[in-house]
Design a protein around this ligand. Sequence first.
Ligand SMILES: [Zn+2]
Ligand SMILES: [Zn+2]
Length: 271
Amino acid sequence: MNKAFMKLNFCSLSSGSSGNCYYLGNDFHGILIDAGISATSIRKFLKNMDISMQTIMGVLITHNHIDHIRGLELLTRKNSLPAFTTHKIWKSILTPQKKISPDCIREIPLKQKFHLAGFDIEAFKVCHDAPETIGFHICAGDQKITIVTDLGHICKTASRYIKAANLLVIESNYDEQMLVNGKYPHYLKERIQSDHGHLGNHQTSAFLADIISDNLSNICLAHLSKNNNSPEIVLQTLHQTFSERGIILNGQQRISILNRNTPTDIISLIE
Ligand SMILES: [Zn+2]
Ligand SMILES: [Zn+2]
């Protein structure tokens, strides 16, 4: 196969507070980003998409919240899969209850490229209420993918990595009105809305309206709240914001809402 025209596939296996796991790869190798659903579900979903577990070279971990690491222990143990995250995040993950084989633990630096499965990957900090939370910027040939699933505020660094992306996975966690009027206790509403919580639909839409360019061909809206959001409201908010700002998508640009509990259609790019 001519490597210059190799297809690069992205797929979300699950996205939201019940569990996050994303796949990026080509015919030869791939990686997972987060392992927040059971290892059994990860293997099953990949098999259903004809993606061999043998091609998975590692899993990148964004932070220690359970919806991002639920399947990590079994996945690393049963598949001898290396897992990559920062020293500080490893410290927050490894507890007497959560044992990961030392052979599978890989520490990565912040804002320094490392190489895995043919990809150049950089991790960068985002604002979220875990001991440390990171986003990933992944370069595969000409394609650049940025993944930021949990963040309460988009700082300058994150913004720089997001602007460089052709494919962006960004959260649109809650509808502001639904959260305010909903049943969550006051402290939880405050936590979610804070700079270290999650991004609301209006926040994400306004940010996207600020940064959208022709380079950004795929926007995947991720980590939707079960109780305070719906795919319809996310899309409605985004389209309304774009229309108010006079932004018209160029025909090649695609917006996807990532499913909470099931895999989303594969997005194929040319590497
Ligand atoms: Zn999360
Ligand atoms: Zn989180």
